[in-house]
Design a protein around this ligand. Sequence first.
Ligand code: HEM
Length: 220
Amino acid sequence: MSTPLAFARSTVGRKVIMAVTGLLLVGFVLGHMAGNLLVFKGPEALNGWGAFLKSSALVLWTVRLGLLAAVGLHVWAALTLIRLNQVSRPVAYAKRVPQASTRSARLMRVGGIFLLVFIVFHLLHFTTGTIHPGYTFSHTDVYGNVVSSFQVPWVALFYIAAMVALLAHLTHGIWSFFQTMGWSHTRYNPARRVVATVVALIVSLGFIAIPSAILGGMLR
Ligand code: HEM
């Protein structure tokens, strides 16, 4: 039986789902990071970008539901692949020598959970305004929300820590994406490693610049 559902249930199918949804999410974080860097151009630029993103309810909700589906499928594929891995080796090794691959797999799990916690916090913080430590949240003044929140040290440090987790997750995730798609050859492996590291660094350092600049008093 080779229906799309049977493919999605197979190990390869789940890996492809994880890779494709991961790629969509990388595209989102790249765009989101670039948009947020408008904070350095001032309140008008960032608030104008925020208003533009919310100008069509249909587009906004299509993107939101698409992101929700991508995150849901990504997490589902990850959890069920972990489960399959455990079921195929029910008895633990008598003496387990940690390999680089098992260490990075563990880091992906722990980092992935931390990123999920971050995303929930982040939505309650900047989208719904439920969490707004020490300032008044505004649905139209995105610049004011960002600058006021990162003047609170623990909030800025929490975001920086999450972006370090994002750096590790993206470096390994993008590298694995090439592997899953079959673009793996000893000749190209160093280039794969470079592409994965550079993209992950661009995204995470771009984000880290924002809380760091505000905490350092460069923006107010
Ligand atoms: C320093 C890092 C970040 C900053 C300063 C930031 C800033 C923001 C701001 C200001 C909003 C609200 C936009 C508005 O209301 O117009 C927002 C929404 C959002 N952010 Fe971030 N963000 C950061 C990192 C991230 C990361 C790493 C992710 C994903 C892993 C992410 C995912 C989202 C999502 C899903 C939304 C909701 C978009 C919507 O309203 O539908 N953000 N972010």
